[in-house]
Design a protein around this ligand. Structure first.
Ligand SMILES: Nc1ncnc2c1ncn2[C@@H]1O[C@H](COP(=O)(O)OP(=O)(O)OP(=O)(O)O)[C@@H](O)[C@H]1O
Ligand SMILES: [Mg+2]
Length: 318
């Protein structure tokens, strides 16, 4: 029986674990790519040179860990800029503005810059203000998450006007701003559709993990989390096939694998356990998906046949 105390404690301990950022090898090209962009921009500012800003596009499937990686990176960068006395040079982050129209994206940016404005203004007026305030605030980068929505929500005409506005910001003759775009695969389509935008971007892709290649890696990750969580891993979660199951159950996505491990740890806490075992994963997966045991990759031997993106799977749908 789970007591309220157990629930409160589990919630607290899991919240602490969630705050932990995993520095995976895939993070390196992203961090390096971004550092170079930032350094170039700072050199230009220090030497009073103006050249076009460069941007960065990060793509990957849902749950790959894009938002987590960029949030972590930008927090580090803001700190570094502040330490170097660039406190007034900032990075603005926007979640995917929806609808992704030229006017609405501009409005969201203005709001993020601290100048909310009514919808009764023309788009060109709003963007004039955006450019003005980006310069005033000495903003170096604008980060737009869920950028694939730019393609799906608006019309093609809207998409064209938003991408050309992003180019305008990067090539502003007085204060060029680097754009950081994050999105799923459709983001790649946006860049392929606009070569002028694409050539001003560095691109990084968070690839899906394959169970065969990453099973081991994920076991290491699991062990590290167990240590942080002060839970002893039992043999059944240290088996290579368990690592492969975690990768598959996470639809081959790094971020989802972490979430699954954390959910299993939470389950162990809720049961007052001192160790982590396969049953915690079985229950964690079930809680996420409500799939019957026959569709649970931690239960069945031929787990590769299960579609891990599917929820509510059951044998007889009645
Ligand atoms: N490096 C990491 N360290 C710790 N936790 C992580 C890391 N990467 C991802 N996660 C966890 O995985 C979850 C999903 O990752 P994230 O939200 O970054 O995915 P995403 O690629 O942005 O997906 P979407 O396209 O659906 O927005 C995060 O909420 C976080 O809990
Ligand atoms: Mg995201």
């Amino acid at each position: 029986m789970m007591g309220n105390d157990l629930i409160t404690q589990a919630a607290q301990r899991v919240a602490e674990l969630k705050a932990y950022f995993v520095d995976h090898e895939r993070f390196v090209p992203l961090a390096e790519g971004f550092s170079i962009l930032a350094e170039k921009r700072l050199v230009d500012i220090q030497t009073d040179r103006i050249s076009e800003a460069q941007g960065l596009a990060l793509s990957g499937h849902s749950g790959a860990g894009k938002s987590a990686a960029i949030t972590h990176l930008l927090a580090q960068e803001r700190q570094r800029l502040a330490d170097q006395g660039y406190g007034d040079s900032t990075i603005i982050s926007l979640r995917g503005p929806s609808p992704a129209t030229l006017k609405f994206v501009g409005q969201m940016l203005l709001r993020a810059l601290g100048y909310p404005i009514g919808a009764d203004r023309h788009a060109w007026y709003i963007w004039d203000l955006v450019q003005h305030h980006l310069k005033e605030r000495r903003v170096l980068f604008v980060h737009l998450d869920e950028a694939q929505d730019l393609a799906s929500r608006g019309t093609k005409h809207e998409l064209d006007s938003v991408t050309s506005m992003l180019k305008t910001l990067m090539t502003d003759p007085e204060w060029p701003v680097g754009i950081i775009l994050l999105g799923t695969n459709e983001l790649e389509d946006i860049l392929n559709h606009d070569h002028q935008l694409a050539r001003r971007m560095r691109t990084v892709r968070f690839e899906s993990l394959s169970p065969a290649a990453y099973g081991d890696d994920i076991l290491d990750l699991l062990e590290n989390y167990c240590e942080l969580a002060q839970l002893g891993p039992e043999d059944d979660v240290l088996d290579l096939s368990h690592g492969e199951r975690v990768v598959h159950a996470a639809a081959n996505q790094f971020g989802i694998a972490i979430v699954l491990i954390l959910d299993a740890i939470e389950d162990a806490y809720l049961h007052g356990q001192k160790t982590l075992n396969r049953h915690n994963f079985i229950r964690a997966y079930h809680r996420r998906t409500s799939c019957d045991a026959e569709f649970n990759p931690f239960v069945v031997p031929d787990f590769m046949r299960i579609n891990a993106r599917q929820v509510f799977s059951r044998e007889n749908r009645t």
